[in-house]
Design a protein around this ligand. Structure first.
Ligand code: ZN
Ligand code: ZN
Length: 489
């Protein structure tokens, strides 16, 4: 078939249009792809710029927070009530003025509000007021300042504690620990001669062996009683005190809170159950934990009442101390349950605070660190010591004390200090028994060394504290035993 000319032209036009279409679409597609790519690139660029800006802003905020908290920590704050009030009002009003001046003054405003917190009697309450009245971003900066302050204080703890007048510092010991952790020890900061008192220290918590409550020793300071002791008919423990001061201290620090129910006939009360648990087992650590927790509550309440805060809380002090891993057995489960129930009715939140883990850790710390206390002038009657472990080189003790600083002393079978209770109460005194140079480590004996051989000492140290002693005495005895055994062969 022969196609006519117009048809051919027509087909040609159609074809051209078709090709044109294809070219057009391809062009468009290409262009679109390029366009999309460009869009993506731009978006990424913008995102990067935004991120960089955010990072710069974050770095600027962090730097500001660090500098501000450092400076505030060096500032001395007013102490009397009127001056505190004035300082507080000034800071808050400065903060409000800065807020009103716009976003670029937000950091300075946050600093004013943070400073106001420093003198306000109830910081938690003030934070809640800030949450309602101050922009969220500013409240977040205040939070970051507070958390930076906590971190800073923790890092600086051993620079500030123990206080310089105690003549010791806490430092790392180079010898490796079988547990693979850093071991800390106590080092003298000046020279001492035998007989010199290096430091005295009050305990965080102490208690008599429970079979001795009711009798010859002060329930609070553990002093042997003479003259007219103070007793209290309503006391479930039937505890006695050496003085009015000890009685009052015991009441305000723990006894009032622990023994709200003082009905002796109510044997089902948690209070009676605690007394029974402690006395029937002659175990003081559950009681010391109860006293410790009550004291923490007392500390917090005092903070609110007086507006004065110690640099470190009792909890800060015990946090770094070593502890034994106490397995959870029926005895411990029972103790935890009882303490939770005892506190639940008295202090909101305490039931949750006394977790299994926290209780066992506290108990492990008491077991590892407590020193046996002996205040008796002479051992007057034969009695069996409580079975609970304590550090002591005496054959008989009447109770135990848990100390912030003395706890750091590591064991040696050949110690350079001795433990004394010169006031015949729970104040421990660390006395040099050898010449000690500044920088030298202080070592105490956790056990009664006497004439015991290496094996017997090592068994006790390992079974109780899980330590293997490598003091000079142990090492020299080890080499002589090795020598004599090779000679035998
Ligand atoms: Zn006393
Ligand atoms: Zn040794």
């Amino acid at each position: 078939m022969e196609l006519k000319k117009p048809v051919l032209i027509g087909l040609g036009i159609l074809g051209a249009i078709g090709i044109g279409y294809v070219i057009y679409w391809d062009y468009m597609r290409q262009n679109n792809r390029e366009f999309r790519k460009k869009l993506k690139r731009d978006r990424k660029k913008a995102e990067k710029l935004r991120q960089a800006a955010a990072e710069v802003a974050k770095d600027r905020i962090t730097a500001f927070i660090k500098k501000a908290v450092d400076e505030v920590s060096k500032e001395s704050f007013p102490t009397d009530v009127a001056a505190k009030e004035k300082y507080f009002m000034d800071q808050v009003s400065n903060g409000e003025t800065l807020l009103a001046e716009g976003k670029e003054h937000h950091l300075d405003a946050a600093l004013c509000f943070y400073k106001a917190l420093k003198v306000y009697p109830n910081p938690v309450e003030l934070i809640m007021i800030y949450q309602k009245t101050v922009p969220e971003a500013v409240v977040n900066v205040i939070y970051e300042m507070m958390s930076f302050e906590v971190k800073k204080n923790k890092a600086e703890y051993f620079e500030n504690f123990p206080p310089k007048d105690m003549n010791v510092r806490v430092g790392d010991i180079s010898e490796s620990s079988p547990m693979g952790d850093i071991r800390r020890g106590l080092f003298a900061t000046k020279d001492f001669w035998p007989g010199d008192v290096i430091f005295d220290e009050q305990p965080i918590a102490s208690a008599l062996d429970p079979d001795l409550e009711t009798g010859d020793y002060c329930s609070y300071c553990l002093k042997e009683l003479s003259g007219d002791p103070i007793s209290d008919d309503t006391d479930l423990f039937e505890a006695v005190y050496c003085s009015k001061t000890c009685h009052e201290k015991a009441m305000s620090e723990y006894a009032t809170l622990l023994f709200t129910n003082r009905d002796k006939t109510d044997t089902e009360s948690k209070e009676s159950q605690l007394v029974h648990l402690v006395k029937s087992g002659n175990v003081k650590y559950p009681l010391m934990i109860a006293r410790f927790l009550a004291k923490m509550v007392h500390e917090e309440t005092q903070k609110v009442i007086t507006g004065e805060e110690e640099e470190y809380s009792t909890w800060d002090h015990i946090e770094r101390l070593r502890f034994l891993n106490v397995p959870t057995n029926d005895k411990e489960i029972n103790e935890i349950k009882l303490l939770r129930e005892l506190f639940a009715a008295k202090v909101p939140g305490m039931e949750e605070f006394i977790s299994d883990e926290r209780y066992l850790m506290l108990k492990g710390k008491l077991m590892y660190n407590s020193f046996g206390i002996s205040t008796t002038r002479e051992i007057r009657k034969e009695r069996e010591n409580s079975k609970e472990m304590v550090r002591t080189s005496e054959s008989s003790v009447i109770g135990a004390g848990f100390y912030r600083v003395a706890s750091y002393m590591v064991h040696s079978c050949d110690p350079n200090i001795m433990i004394k209770f010169p006031n015949r109460n729970n104040v421990i005194s660390i006395v040099a028994t050898k010449p000690i140079k500044a920088g030298e480590e202080l070592r105490t004996s956790y056990i009664n060394v006497g004439h015991r051989n290496l094996e017997s000492r090592r068994n006790e140290l390992d079974s109780k504290w899980r330590i293997r002693c490598t003091c000079s005495k142990c090492l020299s005895e080890e080499s002589t035993t090795e020598q004599s055994s090779t000679e035998k062969n």
